[in-house]
Ligand binder design. Sequence first.
Ligand code: HEC
Length: 279
Amino acid sequence: MQNHRRRPGAALLAIAATAAAAAAMVAALPVQAQGSTAEELAKYRQMLAEGNPAELWEAAGEELWKKPAGPKNVSLEQCDLGKGPGVTKGAYAELPRYFKDAGKVMDLEQRLAWCRVTLQGLTRAQATANPFSSPGKSSDIERLVSFIAGESRGVKINVQLSTPEEKKVYALGQKIFFYRGGAYDFACATCHAVDGQRIRLQDLPNLLHASGAQAAYTTWPAYRVSQGEVRTMQHRLYDCLRQQRFPEPDYGSDVITALTMFLAKNANGGTYDGPNLKR
Ligand code: HEC
């Protein structure tokens, strides 16, 4: 698969070094007379041609996936992400989806929590603790998500609305996308339903069109050069809800799954190319 990057290995140190160089570049950004964000991003991508630091997250996530853990001391290798127990290849490209055993539509992060509870015996609180890393505090969830998402690299997004539950969750996501509120009376659609719109030099994708939804959806999770961390789609949506001045949803909430379902379905047919790299 041409999109499949080389597996992490001896090159990790080189990656870490280029990541540090790229981070230094970002730090220097405000003082440089500069082109558009897209041009800057093209430069980081060139610098990081040797490898995306997200590969470190993927490798750590694979280890976590295979390592016995929790009160039951079993690995996640028997977790069913929708394509059968233990199948990771291509699973992310078909999520969110309806899971009969849970009786609901789940996105990757809800499903991971489900497996950590049912297979490993963790409590829900333990399985959903620390979903977003902060300085000095890494997140197992971000690592697991990076690994599973990477297992769909090169695969076309193929989210189906084949059950009534999936149709309902998609319709809910659509409703939330257009729902205006908060101090600014913004909806997702205010910023993301128009072609060619920009905010502070950042291009805002039109998430209603296949091309915009694909470009956005197929590139998360992403290593954020400005933050030195891999961020998940869940985190991206948090950040947008915050910009919208909406209340912060609970981690793994059905609101996020509904929005993810809406975006993923709109991105169907796009080739998954994450974890990617973003400013
Ligand atoms: C006030 C404007 C604003 C609102 C409202 C908003 N966003 Fe965003 N969104 C942004 C900005 C700014 C970015 C970052 C663009 C960049 O960095 O290139 C972004 C990025 C995104 C991305 C990633 C795009 C990519 O290509 O990486 C997604 C997906 C997204 N928003 C979804 C949503 C959803 C869903 C909602 C509603 C819950 C929403 N946004 C509400 C401003 C907004």
